[in-house]
Design a protein around this ligand. Structure first.
Ligand code: ATP
Length: 710
């Protein structure tokens, strides 16, 4: 049974509040760092651009108001002549709202509906340092005046506002299932089998997931734990859908996630188009890029003809003998340009309509090219890395029959800064007070919608992904899990499998017993290279953590433990000792990664370890998601008498940390502190004590080692 159905306008309003809270949180950071170079979570997700000002305003074609927006110089720094807008996902054709940016006390003063005061339009041009928005309807003078007077503006993709405004009559069966208004259509048992598998090496859980996704009518989740071949499975699914003559839109939260699929589909000669700016695509996928095909395909010839004609005309201007002749040529050029635009649009439309597989980032799929296009299936890879608001960009834009999401909700969700706690609660309280006042004024009680929206608010934060929410709504019957993993030694896999994946993971034969000593190059057999899991237990209080001061934390921090970053110098020394042991045994430094949840620890490690072994990869746990290495050393850092573990307590972060290695996992940490952090941590420490090669470091050895290494 689904849990309570979700009220769609209330859901969208709540999402807007959450986005607002994220904006608040990003602002408090950008205003401190005065940084115009780091894209924020919202800009990366293609949902917003912050800190803008109206630089000019004119009347464009059809008498429409065109606003030109540039970065507020106060934020951009002292540079004259327009600073570059940080990388963002907003593009020509996007429907956006331009609104006043809420700032601290101003927000409280203006709580009576900031959003309503903004203006809506379509992005007409996007430049390095400025962009233009063509307003939909002429704003009332007051609205624009309000926007123009000094305050900063932000531009936000309108998807959620559009969802909020969607009339009930427009809810498709598919949308109704996504919000629990109807149950997913029950599937036949047993599932029908597709005739032939194109990839004979698929394992049973992969085949089952594909059969399930093919048979599902509205939604299917493919749950891919680490290394289980999620993308591999999606490729076969896409090929099977194609063989059923269906049309497919494939999206991912990042360009790389989409390009990965294009590259893997290419050998199958799939007729596909990749949308997106060519500069952001991998060189290997450019031949499928819409922009490139618009110039090179057969259909483009007719566009090129007219381009040549325009070039010739342009050149003939010089030969004109007088002003009258020049005017004539300019007139002809104008006509040609018009014709060029019409033909180009026709060519683009033809290419898109003719392609059975269209690929784009979630946000890129919201472009005007795809507006109203019909797709039998929308496939989203890395869905648990995407904000729900991001997923709705394509879902609101195209007509979709069915949605397949692939991801792992037990790894980290997209990084956001606000965590939506304080700000959202505050905003909700304000909203409720407003609503109550309004209801009182209108002589009404709380509406049914108001009641329902409370449910939504309780259960969703910005980091609740669509994947999470659907699983919550409809339960595990809408998903299939891939269970054979092709990355980790059996022993490395054991704990995450038992604790997070219901003991269902199985290590593929090719990987289950692989050790460092069996590397394809010469590595000697040592106490380290013959062990899949090593635990250096630093308990006893000799390895105390240190709290870094706020500034260091902030500089290093990208959404992680800002202002309270922790480090542990002795643990770092231990990392170095373990690395040098591995390298001495013959392991190449490029086959080793060191990950830690704390940026301050990363800073120490990059001095201590990276200097001697520049090829080693160092990373935050969050940044290493999706990656793998032969040997991974995890430095847990926390060691204090209070047994405080901070954000180390997040299961999903630990899961990512412990599932990166193929042949060797080395954990360095204080079992006394860490083991008291949470039930999960306690179990992990117990598991390591029983199953890992356990070592107790001697601090004085490390000091000696430190002095020796100079
Ligand atoms: N059925 C299979 N037989 C053999 N190898 C497989 C099979 N399925 C996947 N693999 C291998 O497993 C590895 C991981 O596959 P893939 O890149 O598709 O995984 P993923 O689940 O998308 O990755 P991640 O774990 O990072 O999310 C690849 O090297 C792939 O070749």
């Amino acid at each position: 049974m689904p849990s309570t159905p979700v009220d769609i306008p209330a859901f969208a309003s709540h999402q807007l509040l959450l986005l607002d809270a994220e904006l608040q949180s990003e602002l408090s950071e950008t205003s401190l760092l005065v940084s115009s170079s780091t894209p924020s979570t919202l800009s990366r997700a293609g949902l917003a651009i912050l800190n803008l000002q109206i630089s000019s305003q004119r009347t464009g074609l059809g008498g429409k108001t065109v606003l030109e927006l540039a970065l507020d110089p106060a934020v951009a720094g002292s540079r004259k002549g327009g600073a570059d807008i940080p990388e963002h996902g907003i593009k020509v054709g996007d429907i956006v709202g331009v609104q006043e940016q809420p700032v601290g006390s101003a927000r409280r003063k203006e709580k009576a509906g900031l959003r309503e005061r903004g203006v809506e339009g379509v992005v007409g041009r996007v430049g390095r340092d400025r962009l233009e928005v063509v307003l939909g309807k002429d704003p009332e003078g007051e609205e624009l005046g309000g926007l123009g007077t000094g305050g900063r503006l932000w531009m936000m993709n309108q998807t959620m506002s559009n969802l909020k405004a969607l009339p009930e009559s427009a809810y498709t069966p598919f949308i109704r299932v996504l919000f629990g208004l109807t149950m997913p259509t029950p599937l036949p048992v047993p599932l029908p089998t597709p005739l032939t598998w194109l990839d004979p090496t698929l394992n049973p859980s992969q085949k089952d997931a594909i059969r399930f996704a093919l048979a599902s009518r509205e939604i299917a989740l493919i749950h891919g734990p680490p290394g289980t071949g999620k993308t591999h499975t999606l490729i076969e699914l896409i090929l099977q859908l194609l063989s059923q003559n269906l049309r497919i839109l494939v999206c991912g939260p990042s360009n790389i996630s989409v390009d990965n699929i294009v590259e893997r589909l290419a050998p199958h000669k799939v007729p596909m188009i990749r949308l997106g700016h060519p500069a952001r695509l991998l060189p290997s996928v450019l031949s499928h890029s819409l922009d490139i095909l618009t110039r090179t395909s057969d259909a483009a010839a007719i566009v090129q003809d007219i381009r040549r004609e325009m070039d010739a005309k342009q050149a003939s201007i010089r030969k004109a003998r007088n002003g009258r002749e020049r005017r004539v040529v300019y007139g002809e050029l104008r006509e040609l340009r018009k014709e060029f635009r019409i033909r180009e649009r026709g060519c683009v439309e033809g290419l898109i309509r003719g392609s059975r597989v269209v690929l784009a980032t979630l946000h890129g799929a919201g472009g005007f090219h795809l507006k109203g296009q019909e797709f039998d299936v929308v496939v989203v890879d890395e869905a648990s890395q995407a904000l729900e608001a991001q997923c709705w960009v394509p879902l609101m834009w195209v007509k979709a029959g069915k949605l397949v999401l692939a991801g792992d909700h037990l790894q980290l969700p997209p990084t956001i800064k606000s965590l939506n706690t304080k700000e959202v609660k505050k905003a909700e309280k304000e909203k409720k007070t407003d609503k109550k006042t309004k209801a009182r004024d209108d002589g009404e009680g709380e509406t049914e919608k108001g009641e329902k929206s409370k449910d939504v608010n309780k259960s969703t934060t910005l980091e609740t992904t669509l994947f999470d929410r659907l699983l919550d709504l409809h339960g595990p019957s809408i998903k299939r899990m891939l269970t054979t993993q092709y990355r980790m030694h059996e022993k490395i896999m054991r704990f995450p499998s038992d604790e997070l994946y219901e003991s269902k993971l199985v290590a593929a034969d090719a990987v289950k017993a692989r050790l460092l000593k069996d590397m394809p190059y010469e590595v000697s057999d040592t106490e380290d290279t013959k062990e899949p899991v090593v635990f250096w237990d630093t308990q006893g209080g000799d390895f105390p953590e240190k709290t870094e001061d706020e500034e260091i934390g902030k500089k290093a921090g990208k959404g992680m433990s800002l202002g309270e970053s922790k480090s542990n110098e002795l643990e770092a020394a231990l990392v170095k000792l373990h690395v040098s042991n591995l390298v001495e045994a013959g392991l190449k430094p490029e086959d080793i990664a060191v990950v830690t949840p704390y940026n301050a620890q990363l800073a120490i490690l990059s001095q201590l370890v990276k200097e001697d072994y520049p090829e080693i990869e160092l990373g935050s746990v969050d940044g290493f998601q999706g990656r793998e290495k032969e040997a991974v050393i995890v430095s847990l850092v926390r060691s204090n008498p209070e047994h405080d573990v901070g954000f180390l307590g997040e299961k999903r972060r630990l899961n990512v940390a412990m599932t990166r290695p193929k042949r060797h996992l080395c954990v360095i940490g204080d079992s006394e502190t860490v083991g008291r952090g949470s039930k999960f941590l306690k179990k992990w420490m117990e598991f390591l004590e029983e199953n890992a090669d356990l070592r107790y470091p001697n601090v004085s050895d490390l000091y000696v080692d430190e002095r020796n290494s100079g």
